[in-house]
Ligand binder design. Structure first.
Ligand code: XIL
Length: 366
């Protein structure tokens, strides 16, 4: 009997300990899901980067595969699918009872070259159908939501010229959503894009959502990528973006949040990557190689605080906020838009330690 009481006390004490442990997912549990990405490239799930995985388990309740479900990785040849890395992330998410985002079905980037060699339209059409069916059905009941179409818009709101637009015409977006819905009628379906704070591009996204709805095609959410910097977009612009997108009636999700602190010669404009090549290795555009200065750290902390105060204010519209990465060491920002720089966009530093911005979020009034 005495043992029973001792064991019960230990169980209750550890339960209370873990409940009280500082954690983003508990902090925002009444506001929105809070997510991170897991990458396959040389680390994390593949090499089992234990420190990164521990952070994800402690602080996050939603996961996005940073690369593993993209066409070139999951469907690298016409007749070949490779699921092993995606499967590992799916298993991890399910073991840890996390919300899982499937990223992404139709996107012009990170597609294998063979796609461009399909010249016959009906073969192309059949192939997209096969891709969406195979991938969506494999993860039926495991993936909670798919980014069905990613980055279909130019900054002026017109449709981006992609291999999908070329081969299938404007209604490729409808086709993709219908195919995904047919493959799994229960999984949520989203349109995802960046620079939606720009009014013309936002109008384009609203046009896509409304036109899907008018045609009776299911769309459940819109993803605001949120690859932002210390100054742009303004809190007012972000607020307007959230409000206008939510007014379409779909869920709003912040899907790829990171705040770059190093300068960009072209600000956030959608400039082609090749244009940045000439800045590689130039210290002027990579000023914090030896560490982040205190004033920049403070600005980053304030920026995250302001942004999250806004997200909390709109917690009735926002159902998930996902960071694009886990810590600064492996962020894609170190290589985008200029290769091989030292950026500091996330809440955990290169030593996997919580940054002041993390503390600011934990101490927020929500
Ligand atoms: C990025 C990944 O983070 C990189 O590792 C990869 O090399 C390129 O793609 N918008 C998206 C994401 O929707 O899939 C991109 O991810 C970042 C921009």
């Amino acid at each position: 009997m005495k043992n029973f009481f001792i064991i019960s006390a230990i169980v209750v004490a550890s339960f209370l300990y873990f409940q009280n442990e500082e954690s983003l997912k508990y902090k925002f549990e009444n506001d929105f899901l809070i997510g991170a990405t897991i990458n396959q490239e040389d680390y994390q799930i593949v090499d089992e980067d234990a420190k990164a995985i521990k952070i994800v388990q402690k602080d996050f309740n939603a996961v996005t595969p940073e690369n593993s479900m993209k066409w070139m990785h999951i469907h690298p040849e016409f007749n070949e699918f490779t699921f092993s890395n995606a499967d590992k992330i799916v298993d991890f998410a399910k073991e840890n009872e996390m919300y899982l985002l499937g990223h992404t079905l139709v996107w012009h980037n990170q597609v294998p070259d063979y796609i461009y060699n399909i010249k016959d339209k009906s073969t192309f059409q059949d192939h997209i159908e096969k891709h969406i069916n195979t991938v969506v059905k494999r993860y039926q009941g495991k993936v909670d939501m798919w980014d069905v179409v990613n980055e279909a818009l130019n900054d002026d709101g017109s449709l981006r010229k992609t291999v999908f637009l070329d081969m299938l015409g404007e209604n490729y977006i409808e086709q993709a959503f219908s195919l995904a819905n047919n493959a799994d009628p229960n999984v949520a379906l989203a349109y995802n894009d960046y620079n939606l704070y720009k009014p013309k591009k936002r109008k384009g996204a609203i046009r896509i959502i409304n036109s899907l709805k008018d045609k009776g095609i299911r769309v459940d959410a819109v993803g605001i990528q949120a690859h932002w910097d210390l100054h742009f977009p303004s809190i007012k612009e972000i607020e307007q973006t959230i409000e206008e997108l939510a007014a379409t009636g779909v869920d709003v999700m912040i899907t790829e949040l990171d705040i770059t602190v190093i300068p960009n010669p072209y600000e956030l404009a959608g400039i082609a990557r090749e244009e940045f090549k000439k800045f590689e290795g130039d210290r002027k555009w990579d000023p914090y190689q030896d560490g982040i200065p205190d004033d920049i750290q403070e600005k980053l902390t304030k920026r995250y605080k302001d942004i999250f105060e806004l997200f909390v204010k709109h917690n009735d519209k926002i159902s998930r906020v996902t960071f694009w990465g886990i810590n600064d060491k492996y962020t894609w920002r170190n290589d985008n838009p200029i290769n091989n720089r030292t950026d500091y966009p996330l809440l955990f530093d290169r030593e996997y330690k919580e940054k002041p911005a993390y503390e600011a979020l934990i101490n927020l009034n929500n």
